[in-house]
Design a protein around this ligand. Structure first.
Ligand SMILES: [Zn+2]
Ligand SMILES: [Zn+2]
Length: 303
């Protein structure tokens, strides 16, 4: 993989939290990381945040006062591991004129406002989101319908098989696309045709491979899939690179490295997501000739 500086109009992806269910901590979890789901996606300068797990606090610390005045957080669903970073997001604490918008697609069109106000309130939490300096706005949509934001940005969505439902997102920019497919449990007939169509030809698919096939019989019905099913889906859909995500907190660095090596025998561009790892996808639509010989995936550095 190549290290290089992104052009100003690249599609960029950075992982801030990669664990599922709960954090992992200790010397055996250093390489892959500890935080629960949060991903930074940049389309040129336009920022999208996928999920608001504990990784959101780490991202917020880096953004600080340089954060945009309007911030869009796309929530896959509202399980605690995907929202618990919200009140610790530094940009929400710094500026009164900032607007933080959440988008939630698995509540039949309802926004996340009522459930978030229930969780972030005494006695469960000392401070309400509404008491923070920034203003929160909560928007609902139906997973499966395109999500159109106020500046015209369009994001494709897909309803995922998970307890209570979850939303998969496909973000495209200048001929590149990244798909975020977490949390999801695979169907018996796999790959699922609708999901295969949704992720087809993506440059990067981020997939809930919390377990291995060997572990799955103990975890059936929990709403999560396996890295082997991620590879099957990616290969059948022509996905160029695969990041296995929502990593089980009991899987330490040694386990994940061994699983990654096993996976790369089958799909060399598949890998286990690592916290702070980032990727750059240069535009292809305007200068196809120049870029078609470039690798699809350029790793920008980070852990
Ligand atoms: Zn989760
Ligand atoms: Zn979940």
């Amino acid at each position: 993989m190549i290290r290089r500086v992104a052009s100003s109009d690249a599609l960029r992806v950075r992982f801030w939290g990669i664990r599922g269910s709960t954090c992992a901590s200790g010397p055996q979890f250093v390489e892959f990381g500890s935080h629960t789901p949060c991903i930074e996606v940049r389309c040129g300068e336009r920022l999208f945040i996928l999920d608001a797990g504990t990784g959101l606090s780490a991202f917020g610390s880096e953004l600080g006062a340089s954060a945009p005045d309007k911030i869009d957080i796309l929530l896959s669903h509202l399980h605690l591991d995907h929202i618990s970073g919200l009140p610790f997001f530094k940009p929400a604490l710094l500026a009164k004129e900032r607007v933080i918008r959440t988008y939630c697609g698995n509540l039949d069109g309802e926004s996340a406002m009522e459930p978030l106000n229930r969780i972030f309130a005494p006695p469960l939490f000392p401070v309400r989101l509404g008491q923070l300096p920034a203003r929160f706005e909560h928007h609902g949509f139906k997973a499966g319908e395109p999500l159109i934001l106020d500046d015209g940005a369009r994001i494709e969505t897909h309803l995922l098989n998970h307890p209570g439902g979850a939303t998969g997102f496909r973000i495209s920019h200048r001929g590149r696309s990244v798909c975020y497919i977490s949390d999801v449990e695979h169907s018996d007939a796999w790959p699922d045709p609708g999901l295969k169509h949704f992720v087809r030809d993506a440059d990067l698919m981020i997939f809930d491979g919390m377990f291995s096939d060997a572990e799955y019989s103990y975890c059936r019905g929990w709403g999560h899939s396996t890295w082997q099913k991620g590879v099957e889906l990616a290969q059948s859909a022509g996905v160029k690179a695969l990041a296995i995500f929502h990593l089980y907190p009991g899987h330490d660095d040694g386990f994940l490295k061994a699983a990654e090596a096993e996976m790369q025998v089958v799909m060399p561009t598949a890998f286990m997501a690592r916290e702070r790892q980032s990727f750059i996808f240069e535009p292809v639509e305007d200068n196809l000739d120049m870029n078609c010989s470039e690798p699809a995936l350029a790793q920008a550095g980070g852990g």
